[in-house]
Design a protein around this ligand. Sequence first.
Ligand code: FAD
Length: 319
Amino acid sequence: MAEVLVLAELDPAGGGVRKTTLEALTAARALGEPSAVVLGAPGTAAGVKDALAEYGAAKVYVAESDDVEGYLVAPKAEVLAQLVADKSPAAVIIPSSPEGKEIAGRLAIKTGSGFLTDVTEIAADGTATQVAFAGATIVHSQVTVGTPIYTLRGNSVTAEPAPAAAAEEPVSVSVSDAAKLATVTDRVVEQKSSRPELTEASIVVSGGRGVASAENFAIIEGLADSLGAAVGASRAAVDSGFYPHSFQVGQTGKTVSPQLYVAVGISGAIQHRAGMQTSKTIVAINKDPEAPIFELADFGVVGDLNTVVPAATEQITAR
Ligand code: FAD
């Protein structure tokens, strides 16, 4: 069976492989037999091998070196390019994080391959689905040159276990001087919140300008906590200082695709939609019945969020 390389995305806070990796392993099984690639400092693979095995990694290529962690993404792209040259895989799948996209782009250049970014589905014949132009167009495309490289959007594939051997194979790391141009001097790991990570969450509750203040975001957090959800925000809310930028959803923020997205006091501008419209079910709470978000919503509540949200939170918490 054809081998498909999957780059393992790891939790920088030491929480093992991210869900996006398990989704990528699941997607890879449509194309062939997945092999995971673990890139990191010495000792990284030990803590993640079991999860990779559970989700179908027949092999785990382990490239552990201080050089991989000590510089930005260039060494990772070099190691992957070497693996592509040595193993001639049928495809490479990388989780679609900012780092993943940069690695994929560099890998495509190094291997002379075509690359499709932010795909939501990969068919057995390699055809990928992408959502383009802020969701106005669905694109199906195939790579015709080199080794197809895909970055897979989080939450677009449901991770399903399929136990496999995860046979470990060490990979020697030799990083070129050119890849050592940017050194990592410090890593700041965001404080772990009790809430799920925004791009991985099954439920996201986002607040917009209508929330009106940073203090009032407490009602968004209250609803999110009653649902076990992550909190998101529109750019207007972020620009107004109501919530940190790392929670922005949209074209210039994060892309989310949860089972349930609750948009509270958000008008539904195209740039916001670009980051959330592939959510499976969308609920909008807005006092303006003409707000564009209702065109997209599966369920809508026309009302003042200051009344509707606390009432909903109370009902959900009481269950
Ligand atoms: P508004 O459009 O002001 O809407 C607020 C909504 O709250 C209104 O519909 C109002 O009816 C409702 N409301 C007010 N009070 C209440 C209440 N008490 N109860 C219930 N409802 C209430 N935006 C993003 O979100 N993400 C991006 O990544 C992004 N990137 C951008 C990139 C570019 C290049 C540009 C030009 C813009 C970008 N924007 C982005 C901005 C985008 O165009 C909108 O300005 C923004 O999404 C609006 O945010 P909002 O819906 O919170 O605010």
